[in-house]
Design a protein around this ligand. Sequence first.
Ligand SMILES: Nc1nc2c(ncn2[C@@H]2O[C@H](COP(=O)(O)OP(=O)(O)O)[C@@H](O)[C@H]2O)c(=O)[nH]1
Ligand SMILES: [Mg+2]
Length: 199
Amino acid sequence: MTEPQSFSVFSAYFVKSAVSLKDLPQERLPQVAFLGRSNVGKSTLLNAIMGKKGLVKTSSTPGKTRELNFFKVNESFYLVDLPGVGYAKLSFKTRDQMTKSVEDYLEKAEDLQGVVYLIDIRHAGTSLDVETVEYIRNKGLPVLLVANKEDKVNRKEFIKNMKLIQEKFRLEEKPLSVSAVSKKGLDILWFEIINAIRN
Ligand SMILES: Nc1nc2c(ncn2[C@@H]2O[C@H](COP(=O)(O)OP(=O)(O)O)[C@@H](O)[C@H]2O)c(=O)[nH]1
Ligand SMILES: [Mg+2]
């Protein structure tokens, strides 16, 4: 059997919101953070993988957008919902468009093991996405590029965009494609998250 073993979530709950580094959870556990532009489906995907609808506030719920939200899974690690990058329409450098809290977190969080960078498969990533991923890689942090909303594209668009994403982000392999709605690809996503935590 070469299939990855499916991962079971026996507990998942909200621990706290942080606006700055001093608010991070006290308990030293590995952390994996979810980052991406607003509306790509970070919160929906987190709910889907933790198996709890409504645990993470999605964009239909106002507020919380500038906070880092920590969720504890199986009492052993944190998944972190970060504020969306790229709200600003100004052509500042990537770092200026990221909220300061995200930048500080990526820079200094000692327990951060990796970043899941989410894009919408229909748009294949913008130059801001590419810059942001580059910025995270340069910090020596592993980045897993995940293309969400697979349910929104047909076979032809899927093949075309997967290739485009691979080229744009200079990936060795095709990105991971998932759908937070149809739940496709979530087992592999868990497999990658657990790997990042163990390494
Ligand atoms: N069709 C489809 N819609 C999705 C998917 N994931 C998220 N959405 C929708 O995209 C919108 C933004 O999702 P949200 O999780 O709030 O995005 P966030 O800003 O990145 O946290 C919502 O209307 C979600 O229902 C998906 O895989 N497929
Ligand atoms: Mg969100």
